[in-house]
Design a protein around this ligand. Structure first.
Ligand code: DC
Length: 223
């Protein structure tokens, strides 16, 4: 196992971050923290509570009351919030859009960033999101910017949804992916950017295993 470094992986929606980051973490024996899941949980719980996703104060009060745990349940890495497993409920595209909406608020971000930094405190972590290399863990030993063309990302998402029994036309998914990209790239607070010291990795023509192996090799070099 390489020294317990911190690996930051950023990139747009459906670039393969989750699958790749999980494979890297498993291979290195590191923890995996999916920060997108945290924003998704805030969006889901806000909707359940009848909060508007533009109510920054209400959202930040809600976020302050949440306790996040990433735990292995039945061979799957689950996100448990205040004792409730929300892993499946947050995987709908509507929740992804909600997450992108709550993520524009500085107060929500700062509350989540504090928790994310605490989770990476002891090293040996792979963390993925939009602002990990730029804001959450600027000192990460290895930063990756994972990308893929919008067509490839829309097709991947389409396949994923079919496997979950959700049938949404490819064109609709492509439009949703592009819209989310634009919002995540153009927001004022911690927009998605490729930082100078990140390694750019286009996964359009790579399998998740190939992409993961490139990152694992880089981790050994950096460690
Ligand atoms: O990675 P994901 O698709 O699960 O993320 C959902 C949304 O959460 C994404 O569109 C923007 C937001 N997000 C963010 O702003 N910062 C992060 N570090 C992770 C996600």
């Amino acid at each position: 196992m390489p020294k317990r470094i911190v690996i930051a992986i950023d990139g747009p929606a459906s670039s393969g971050k989750g699958t790749v980051a999980r494979a890297v973490a498993r291979s290195l024996g590191f923890a995996y923290i999916d920060t997108g899941a945290m924003y998704r949980c805030v969006a889901l719980l806000a909707s359940r509570a009848g909060l508007s996703l533009s109510d920054a104060d209400g959202l930040s009060q809600l976020t302050d009351r949440l306790r996040f745990e990433f735990v292995w349940l039945g061979g799957m890495l689950s996100i448990v919030v205040n004792g409730e497993d929300l892993s499946d409920a947050i995987r709908f595209e509507s929740v992804g859009r909600g997450a992108s909406n709550v993520a524009v608020h500085a107060q929500v971000r700062s509350a989540l960033v504090l928790r994310q930094r605490a989770m990476a405190d002891e090293g040996g972590v792979v963390m993925d999101g939009r602002d990990i290399g730029s804001v959450v863990l600027p000192d990460a030993a290895l930063k990756i910017y994972l990308d893929a063309s919008v067509d490839v990302r829309a097709k991947r998402r389409h396949q994923e949804l079919i496997q979950k029994g959700q049938s949404i036309p490819l064109e609709t998914i492509r439009a949703q992916v592009s819209e989310r990209d634009q919002q995540d790239r153009e927001r004022t607070e911690s927009p998605l950017v490729q930082v100078d010291d990140a390694v750019y990795l286009d996964t359009s023509a790579l399998s998740p295993q190939q992409a993961a192996q490139i990152i694992i090799d880089l981790a050994w070099e950096r460690a």
